[in-house]
Design a protein around this ligand. Structure first.
Ligand SMILES: Cc1cc2nc3c(=O)[nH]c(=O)nc-3n(C[C@H](O)[C@H](O)[C@H](O)COP(=O)(O)O)c2cc1C
Length: 208
């Protein structure tokens, strides 16, 4: 297939136009649902789609936690820095609406667990709670916060110190992604499920 192209210089377009290019091209994005707690014991829950796995040994994941428009830090980042930890929870289709609702900014002294009706359960190695309704949790110790560029955009890297996986999502030693049924973020306000899944068939019968 051949293409013709529109050209964009990020130094000459508006920030929202850059955002639209990035979030339209990098799709679907998995959603890292971060659950945290602060030193006063207030829990917090928020979704992040600028999320990925960054290292296997030791296991590490990253969340890009943008600053609020006034330059202040989001509650998730404040809590992660204060307690040096956070929990990551996989968002599945059955809890998709609660995930969207958990992104409504609420005062720091209130908890999204209360506003969404989700259940906070204790972790094993960290103080941050896990989301009972999510089938997979990664307990993370904060490894590093890298502040990117002149706006000091925080890239938050966590080392996974404990994994919890509902056996209903497993097939032998593999996570069965169909059973898991995760939700992806697209652009605008669109979300997706996994859709069709395939593998290439080779004549020698090998899988690659
Ligand atoms: C699906 C989804 C994905 C999001 N991804 C991000 C993200 O990657 N980075 C970010 O800073 N905010 C993201 N947000 C917005 C935050 O979840 C939102 O600002 C939230 O209120 C932050 O909460 P907190 O202040 O309690 O940490 C996302 C929202 C939704 C609904």
């Amino acid at each position: 297939m051949s293409h013709s192209y529109l050209e964009f210089d990020p130094e000459k377009i508006e920030r929202h136009e850059i955002y639209r290019l990035l979030t339209g091209a990098v799709v679907p994005r998995p959603i890292g649902w971060a659950s945290t707690i602060n030193s006063k014991g207030v829990t917090n829950l928020a979704p992040f789609s600028f999320f990925t796995v960054v290292c296997v040994a030791p296991p590490m994941i990253s969340l890009t936690i943008a600053r609020n428009p006034d330059g202040t830090e989001k509650h998730t980042l404040k809590n992660a820095k204060e307690m040096q930890e956070f929990c990551f929870n996989v968002v599945t289709t059955d809890i998709w609406k609660e995930m969207v609702d958990s992104a409504n900014g609420i005062p720091e002294e209130d908890s999204e667990f209360d506003t969404t009706g989700l259940t906070a359960i204790p972790s094993v190695k960290i103080k941050s709670p896990r989301v009972k309704e999510a089938p997979i949790h990664f307990e993370c110790k904060l490894h590093q916060v890298i502040e990117l560029g002149p706006n000091k955009h925080p890239l938050c890297i966590g080392e996974v110190v404990h994994f919890h996986v509902d056996p209903e999502c497993m097939n032998g030693s593999y996570i069965d992604v169909k059973k898991l049924d995760p939700v992806g973020r697209l652009n605008g306000f669109y979300y997706s499920t996994l859709g069709e899944i395939w593998e290439r068939q080779f004549e020698d019968g090998q899988k690659r």
